[in-house]
Design a protein around this ligand. Sequence first.
Ligand code: PRP
Ligand code: URA
Length: 209
Amino acid sequence: MSELHIFNHPLIAHKLSIMRQTQTGSKDFRELLNEIAMLMGYEVTRDLPLEDYEIETPMEKMVAKRISGKKLAIVPILRAGLGMVDGLLKLVPVAKVGHIGLYRDPETHKPVEYYFKMPEDIKNRIVIVVDPMLATGGSAIDAIAMLKKRGVTHIRFMCLVAAPEGVQALREAHPDVDIFAAALDRQLNGNKYILPGLGDAGDRIFGTK
Ligand code: PRP
Ligand code: URA
């Protein structure tokens, strides 16, 4: 079974509380989302493999460390996942970025695909799929299935707010994918929105509605 990491960090908790509030506007919402993504990225990348290599400081030669092997790709689920990309790119500026376009049908709440574009070498990369909201889990499950179909073998999923229902569904569908969430909320409502949540993440990031 995959690992579930819920962040227990005062900076993340503080920033997320501001994001949740109705009166927080898009500018602050976007900035805070990217700041949290960067803080979470520190933990999401903790197990990246290192290798030794020789460098020269102004004083002498030394054996230093660098990230080895598979390189990273960040894959946001559109639209709302876009709000987490810049924060992660600040940590790993050389990461490549793929995009998966999915929207939830308002009646069925099932994801509908409208876009898929990946770096050519995606199957050789460690992929971090990002989306602020893990509600029913349908969008994350489909996005990860699309990546696996293209041969990607190392995937982790990072979100801001997760519902227990989405965590369970995602772990059952993809037991090999670790989940990183800033908070685990109480439940979904009848419209499959997260409670207490923060509302519609895409609308709050982009100021639609
Ligand atoms: C939201 C969110 C996730 C999805 C989560 O996107 O950003 O992608 O819903 O719900 P699920 O876990 O039940 O699939 P939405 O479909 O509203 O699209 P948007 O990002 O374009 O606003
Ligand atoms: N999508 C959102 O943006 N918010 C939710 O609470 C659920 C799905």
